[in-house]
Design a protein around this ligand. Sequence first.
Ligand SMILES: Cc1ncc(COP(=O)(O)O)c(C=O)c1O
Length: 360
Amino acid sequence: MNQTIAFIQREILKEKPEQASLGFGKYFTDYMFVMDYDVEKGWHDARITPYEPITLDPSAMVFHYGQAIFEGMKAYKAADGTIQMFRPEKNMKRLNDSCDRLCIPQIDEEFLLTAIKQLVLTEKDWVPNEEGTSLYIRPFIFSTEPYLGVRPSHQYKLLVILSPSGAYYGDQLSPVKIYVEEQYVRAVIGGVGHVKTAGNYAASLKAQEKAESNGYAQILWLDAKENKYVEEVGSMNIFFKINGEVLTPKLNGSILPGVTRDSVIELLKYWNVPVREARISIEEVYSAHERGELEEVFGAGTAAVISPVGGLNWNGRAITINDNQIGKLSQRIYDEMIAIQLGKKADPFNWTVKIAQVEV
Ligand SMILES: Cc1ncc(COP(=O)(O)O)c(C=O)c1O
């Protein structure tokens, strides 16, 4: 795509929040990236503009037929002031996979990545630098054509917004309790579970509320057909260490192919730790626990990187995993991934992409 990116300056910059109060998804930076699509011009009008509300027609198709997709990735500030991203090309590819499934026109992955780097560079002072913090990057696309009738829209908007985010954990990783959901399902094979569309998350809310009201942090979804095979957690993929071997559900068309999931698998292979993608029944997980072979369970996703699971509840059967302690392997993977993301350790996989070097 042969496009330039216009820059529209903001008059007054916002006051930046204290790093300790960042949390997640609460603050947004001064600028955002915007690009529009229509049938005649294709994707056009790429621009970095002040972050501000957008106006949409009440009949904009997204409100009625839900063509809305998104991505989530992070930029980190290393100790030496380098700002870097983690495998962003994977997110660009997954965004296009989501476009494809939702009948949204493809984007130029390389161009969008350039635009994102430019936006992050513009907002370099917003990248926090305390341990565990990052600048969360949220690209998203939705249909804007004012029209009622079920068909793909002829007009879209692509935006990228940035949100400085705090450390997911305090001083150290802490295990979470997870509820194995049997009544509701997340996704079916042939549906949209393997892409990042807003409706998947809307559909998960009821079950998430139920899990929380029962004292559980997240849901472990089972397959929609047999209610038997483990799929993934609310916003993470899941791993089980059973008798020395690490297992994760095989991508089957209803599971989101996580960037972190892929990285964990590669890292384990690199370390010669046995790892296998397989169809895993929840019964199998419970039997392994009964035999004393369920050594560790952990989730993997951009937000938390690694989230140790200390307990599961399936059908009223609550089990504790590894004495509700952080597993050794979970901790090792977490430490390694964070070290690579922050440039503290060599990156033998070429996962990190440098954006800028700033003064510290
Ligand atoms: C449903 C779901 N599964 C898994 C993941 C983990 O994916 P990633 O590692 O790319 O963040 C996410 C987060 O994006 C998610 O929303």
